[in-house]
Design a protein around this ligand. Structure first.
Ligand code: ZN
Length: 142
């Protein structure tokens, strides 16, 4: 892979301030799915390099680059932001665990599309009506 091509790609990326669909890193990737690039004599995650170039350095050492789209290879500036590990982990939570109930995001999507009443949904998924209405209102539930 040529260094110039990467530089060119990043330059055009930095000019792209609009929001839109994900732009996936077209070069090498880490095994975990994140784009990888050589920057300042270190192999780094492409998204965090782009985040740094667009938004400046991470505010603290506890911040990492978070994707609003949850698409690991994505490097679109508008999808990236600095977040603490905690915020990021919360963000990436794909299943909701509670002592009383556990719902996956798929189930939450099913609930949103369902024509059943809130009461019927609550008994079907074994959750409370309050939780059903939270999901229907698209709120973050804990
Ligand atoms: Zn994205």
């Amino acid at each position: 892979m040529s260094h110039q091509r990467i530089e060119h790609f990043i330059k055009s990326l930095l000019q792209n301030k609009d929001d839109g669909p994900c732009i996936e890193w077209p070069f090498s990737r880490f095994k975990n799915g994140y784009g990888s690039m050589y920057f300042n004599k270190k192999t780094k995650t492409a998204s965090s390099v782009v985040c740094e170039l667009v938004y400046g350095k991470a505010p603290t050492a506890f911040h990492e680059c978070a994707h609003s789209c949850h698409n690991k290879p994505c490097v679109r500036p508008s999808h990236l932001r600095w977040a603490t590990h905690l915020e990021n982990a919360k963000d990436q939570q794909t299943s909701i665990k509670d002592s009383r109930f556990k719902l996956t995001l798929n189930q939450a999507a099913e609930i949103r599309c369902s024509s059943l009443s809130q009461k019927e949904l609550a008994s079907k998924y074994n959750i409370s009506i309050v939780q059903v209405s939270y999901i229907l209102n698209n709120k973050v539930w804990k």
